[in-house]
Design a protein around this ligand. Structure first.
Ligand SMILES: Nc1ncnc2c1ncn2[C@@H]1O[C@H](COP(=O)(O)OP(=O)(O)O)[C@@H](O)[C@H]1O
Ligand SMILES: [Mg+2]
Length: 369
């Protein structure tokens, strides 16, 4: 398959993003911590992973949307630190027999013995609370990087969800307290929940306010992408009937990375199945309809989220259908801001907005049948 949909894409499945790759690499090589925010399914994780892969940068990464509790994060982080010192499966060994663990690795471990010993003493004690373990584990990573005279990379994905892994204390405050002193770790924060990412990094009251550089990931660059798609298809001797046909499809999809790959993937398999070589309007339309249908569940999820706040659904509906808005200007302004923060709307110009997901827009249009 030339086009992949759903999971993180790297290598030959990774398209476009030349400028962003440069920016990310510059930050990484200079050790500059940064955050990247974009609506869900825009390619944040793929971008970070691709730059890391291409440049052989090793990285500890964790997705907080998938992490159920703090203890697991702590253990994963510790496992990583010890692996950097050449020890595999450290947590298991330590839990089983800390003294044997110490004895076995003391002489071979790549850092000063006292740092190693102190760490084993501390982390093998499972009565220590998880919040203290967290800050100590982060500091331990920094110390080991310093000892090894290197830089480590830590990628916190879906960072806005870090607050959900514990309810016992202010984890942002704790993390910031440790992280701000680290000179040998480059931290990368990514997040899809625009409201919460804005809250964490741009609210003056947040511990992470002005903590690092900020990147925003936009839609695909349609002209660049068109060239790359044509080159990829050429390998399978497939082509669009005309350049305009491809460009108008990409515009219809608004450069939305996941939606574009979904439709392209369907087109690709249709071509292979029917042993056809020329992509025409009929195939494009069929693929678009199939994609829209496949998106049904996700669109329902979106609408459910939108409806948690009053009026948002109707504002979107009116936009999609070109109807006039009826809210007071200040109230409308506020609703649009919510929708921008939630990742549904793009602010184009003064008073001008666009629905980010073309399939959501199509669904709102077809409500009346
Ligand atoms: N640079 C890219 N090239 C090709 N497809 C991409 C790219 N970025 C994103 N995608 C598409 O979008 C989907 C979601 O990407 P992902 O990196 O998981 O987004 P995010 O982390 O922002 O939610 C991928 O499965 C892929 O289909
Ligand atoms: Mg992601």
């Amino acid at each position: 398959m030339l086009f992949q949909y759903g999971k993180v894409v790297t290598g030959s499945h990774f398209y476009d993003r030349k400028e962003m790759q440069k920016k990310v690499l510059n930050f990484l090589t200079s050790g500059q911590s940064f955050m990247i925010k974009a609506p869900r399914r825009y390619g944040k994780t793929s971008l970070i992973k691709e730059v890391m892969r291409k440049n052989n940068i090793d990285c500890f990464s964790i997705d907080f949307r998938k992490t159920p509790r703090l203890e697991i994060f702590n253990d994963m982080l510790l496992e990583y630190v010890y692996s950097k010192m050449g020890i595999k499966g450290a947590i298991g060994q330590m839990k089983e027999n800390a003294i044997a663990f110490l004895r076995q690795h003391k002489t071979t471990v790549g850092i000063k013995t006292d740092i190693f010993e102190t760490s084993v003493e501390f982390f093998s004690n499972d009565k220590t609370s998880q919040d203290i373990r967290l800050t100590r584990a982060l500091d331990f990573l920094e110390n080991v990087a310093k000892e090894l005279n290197t830089r480590f990379y830590v990628f916190f994905d879906e960072f806005q969800d870090v607050k959900k892994i514990t309810s016992e204390f202010d984890i942002l405050e704790l993390m910031r307290g440790a992280i701000q002193h680290h000179e040998h770790i480059c931290y990368i924060f990514a997040g899809s929940n625009m409201t919460m990412m804005t809250e964490v990094f741009e609210n003056k009251k947040s511990p992470f306010y002005n903590f690092c550089r900020k990147l925003k990931l936009d839609a695909f660059d349609i002209t660049e992408l068109a060239k790359e798609i044509q080159a990829a298809l050429r390998k399978k001797k497939i082509a669009f009937a005309s350049d305009e046909l491809l460009l108008s499809l990409l515009q219809r999809l608004k450069g939305h990375p996941a939606n574009t790959m979904l439709v392209m993937g369907i087109i690709e398999s249709k071509m292979m199945d029917n042993q056809k070589m020329m992509i025409d309007q009929a195939i494009i339309d069929e693929a678009y309809e199939e994609a829209l249908e496949e998106m049904g569940d996700l669109i329902s999820e979106y609408l459910k989220e939108v409806r948690t706040k009053e009026h948002l659904h109707d504002v979107l509906f009116r936009m999609a259908n070109g109807e006039e808005q009826v809210l007071e200007p200040s109230s409308l302004q506020q609703k649009r801001k919510y929708l921008v923060d939630m990742g549904y709307l793009l602010h184009i110009d003064r008073g001008e907005y666009q629905i980010i997901d073309g399939f959501l827009e199509e669904d709102l249009k077809r409500f009346n049948g």
